[in-house]
Design a protein around this ligand. Structure first.
Ligand code: PLP
Ligand code: COI
Length: 357
């Protein structure tokens, strides 16, 4: 893919950048540039460019605004101690966007083009990648939207893929501590044949009211159960889940209606290396309740790109609760093993890291 570059003539000052990187928060500040490429049936993908970051002009009838034909990814660029910059399994994000694109009736952007676009933006805006202290990183948000001006319901004949980047500190304020979960009994995230495995805005739109309920109940995050029986644990609004058992095995809900997390599959491999077998199967809410009560479940944790790995504490629902499991030792070991690879402090024996700069 040929990418043309128009550098910004209004770069954020070094002084302001230092201020932002000192305390980036999450998703608040954006780098100097953005990547765009467009698609039509006649021309295919064309017009790949990096331009100054700025607002889009969209016709009010633009399809994505009405029917939510969109898909996105979430990944990070990490600065290592030697100053080099790396991403984590970017081809997995690219491959997941291909799967999401099939589900959303989008054209496919090749894995190589996706990775090239992300690399090109990060390279140009490399001064925005924070120092590794405090687990800071540059959060990357590739996304694809239906940009045809048309109100008929059919796949858009004009599609735009973009990448934007945002420096990020810890996703949860207050550092790594167990998250309290709210079990929603009213709302589900995805049903059979639905979009649960796709990374698409609609899934997040549908999660908001449940997440709002969680916050109102004093919890940090919401847990969704399967839509069919309302018995099996699926995932959190933005994270996959794991249940550590006293015999050392770890259970994680099987794929199908959940997002196939890249952190999820990496942890399955990492845990294996640490001597823990991970079983992918259905896991019921009764097993959760009884497992914590009997001590058979020793730890519960959740993972995702933005949130990394976080211990799970108490689970609450209307009229009931399950206390926090007794430990978080393995959770913190797995967390450490993962971030050490990402920040280049441990040998990358899996070949997961991709050098950008
Ligand atoms: N589940 C949902 C609903 C998510 O939004 C995310 C975050 O991207 C995950 C799981 C974890 O996926 P990954 O590890 O690829 O970030
Ligand atoms: C991620 O972990 O990258 C996510 O996309 C979760 C959330 C910020 C949507």
């Amino acid at each position: 893919m040929d990418i043309s570059t128009t550098p910004s003539s209004a770069l954020v000052s070094e002084e302001r950048l230092a201020e932002i990187l000192a305390n980036p928060g999450f998703g608040l500040h954006f780098t100097d540039h953005m990547f765009t490429v467009e698609w039509t049936p006649e021309a295919g993908w064309h017009g790949a460019r990096i331009e100054p970051y700025g607002p889009l002009t969209l016709d009010p009838a633009t399809a994505v605004l009405h029917y939510a034909q969109e898909t996105f990814e979430g990944m990070k660029a990490y600065r290592h101690e030697d100053g080099s910059i790396w991403s984590f399994r970017p081809e997995e994000n690219a491959a997941r966007m291909v799967r999401s694109s099939h589900r959303l009736a989008f054209p496919v952007l090749d894995v190589e083009d996706f990775v090239q676009a992300v690399d090109a933006l990060v390279e140009l805006d490399q001064r925005w990648v924070p120092e590794p202290a405090g687990e800071k990183s540059l959060y990357l948000r590739p996304f694809m939207i239906a940009t045809e001006k048309f109100l008929g319901v059919r796949p858009s004949q004009h599609v735009t893929f973009m990448v934007i980047a945002s420096p990020a500190g810890a996703y949860f304020k207050g550092g790594v501590k167990p998250v309290t979960l709210w079990l929603t009994e009213e709302y589900t995230r995805a049903g059979r044949g639905g979009m649960g495995a796709a990374k698409t805005g609609g899934n997040y739109a549908s999660s908001l009211v449940a997440q709002q309920e969680a916050i109102a109940q004093g919890c940090d995050q919401v847990v969704f159960l399967d839509a069919q029986e309302g018995r099996y644990v699926e995932e959190l609004g933005g994270m996959n889940m794991y249940f550590v058992h006293d015999d050392g095995t770890i259970v994680t809900p099987e794929t199908g209606t959940i997002l196939e997390g890249i952190t999820r599959s990496s942890i399955i491999e990492l845990a294996g290396k640490l001597g823990h077998q991970v079983v992918e199967r259905r896991f019921s809410i009764d097993e959760w309740r009884e497992g914590v009560a009997s001590g058979r479940i020793t730890e519960i944790f959740a993972c995702g790109t933005a949130a990394v790995v976080t211990p799970v504490g108490e689970l609450r629902w209307e009229g009931g609760s399950v206390p926090a499991p007794r430990s978080d030792d393995l959770t913190m070991r797995i967390r450490r093993a993962l971030v050490d690879i990402q920040y280049g402090r441990a040998e990358d024996t899996f070949g997961w890291m991709h050098r950008i700069v």
